[in-house]
Ligand binder design. Structure first.
Ligand code: HEC
Ligand code: HEC
Length: 295
């Protein structure tokens, strides 16, 4: 906080607290124009009279207590501008402590799982329950709670892999992340050639297309696309070049979406999890993902 806002918060907070105290004192005083304590105020509803009685004591003390409490709180905990409080509490400190506690508690369990191979773990019910919990905490926001993905986020429960479905390949994907870079071709090829190659791509999965256009598209494919998608269009797992011959489409499989992918390109990013989760948890997650398509 800048010095200005530091003092802004301090002054506002303290003025508010002392104003509460003053308000209580002020309302307790009997003013000359009012009825004496215990006397009718002159207000009456349906024959019921209001007396000028003081607040019940316990209630009054409750107000005093909240004032003292708030002052004590502001001394111990952060709240007054940049003053950290004498208790040394911070939300980050509490978070770090909770992480340390949970690592101490569950770390040995993950370490024990980590000693086993991924295919072995995939058959271990207890390990898979723990893996499922990790997955729902860290992966579902992108890959879905059933791991079946969505447009732009790959399905992890099928046999179709951008980067390979072997245990080590899955573990690499999670540890170090992946960047799928599909360049946009419109500037280089122009509208017509993009249309042709889009037709050729669709013919690879057996769709009926304009044959002359697809043939022209094949020429383009053989020069521009084979490096990443292979001569047969089956992809290249080293680069994450998608398999174009199946009916699984990461970025949507309608004719329009496919053409758009080729024209504009796509960039997909799978974040690295090695630093964030640690090797043991990633190992367990890899086993969980592996188990989804290797029942
Ligand atoms: C911010 C979104 C996001 C999160 C969170 C995320 N992923 Fe991913 N993941 C992706 C994207 C996008 C790709 C595709 C990357 C590409 O196409 O290059 C991907 C790819 C993968 C792959 C490779 C799939 C293949 O076909 O080869 C695996 C395995 C994977 N993720 C597992 C996980 C696991 C396990 C977690 C949880 C720890 C996770 N992901 C969390 C977005 C995410
Ligand atoms: C530099 C490597 C590279 C080249 C060259 C390349 N691509 Fe790609 N392409 C990729 C990658 C990587 C992906 C996956 C993108 C992702 O992970 O989001 C992809 C995805 C695609 C997809 C979407 C697949 C899906 O499942 O949704 C289509 C269609 C496609 N490419 C067509 C082409 C065509 C046609 C050409 C040639 C004009 C071409 N690509 C050239 C790397 C390349």
């Amino acid at each position: 906080m800048t010095p200005f806002f530091n003092w802004w918060v301090i002054v506002l907070t303290l003025v508010n607290i002392f104003a509460c105290y003053w308000l209580i004192k002020w309302t307790m005083k009997t003013r000359p124009e009012e009825a004496a304590s215990g006397e009718p105020t002159g207000h009456a509803w349906d024959g019921v009279q209001e007396l000028n009685n003081p607040l019940p004591r316990w209630w009054l003390w409750l107000f005093y207590f909240t004032i003292v409490f708030s002052l004590a709180y502001l001394v111990i905990y952060p709240g007054l501008g940049n003053f950290a409080g004498i208790g040394g509490w911070s939300s980050k400190g509490q978070y770090d402590q909770e992480i340390a506690d949970s690592n101490a508690k569950y770390g040995p369990m993950f370490a024990a799982f980590s000693a086993k191979s991924i295919p072995e773990l995939a058959k271990d019910d207890k390990a898979m329950k723990a893996g499922e919990r990790l997955f729902s905490n860290y992966c579902t926001q992108c890959h879905g709670s059933d791991a079946k993905g969505a447009t732009g986020y790959p399905n992890l429960a099928d046999k179709d892999w951008l980067y390979g479905g072997a245990p080590e390949q899955i573990e690499q994907s999670i540890l170090h992340g992946r960047n799928g870079a599909m360049p946009g071709w419109l500037p280089m090829l122009g509208e017509e050639k993009v249309g042709n190659v889009a037709n050729y791509v669709q013919s690879l999965s057996g769709r009926p297309v304009d044959q002359a256009s697809a043939d022209a598209g094949k020429q383009v494919f053989m020069t521009m696309c084979v490096a990443c998608h292979g001569m047969d269009g089956k992809g290249n797992q080293a680069l994450g070049g998608a398999n174009l011959t199946d009916s699984t489409w990461l970025h949507g499989g309608t004719a329009r979406r496919i053409k758009e992918t080729i024209a504009k390109g796509r960039n997909s990013h799978m974040p690295a999890h090695d630093k964030f989760l640690g090797k043991d948890k990633v190992h367990l997650l890899a086993a969980y993902v592996y188990s989804l398509s290797n029942k």
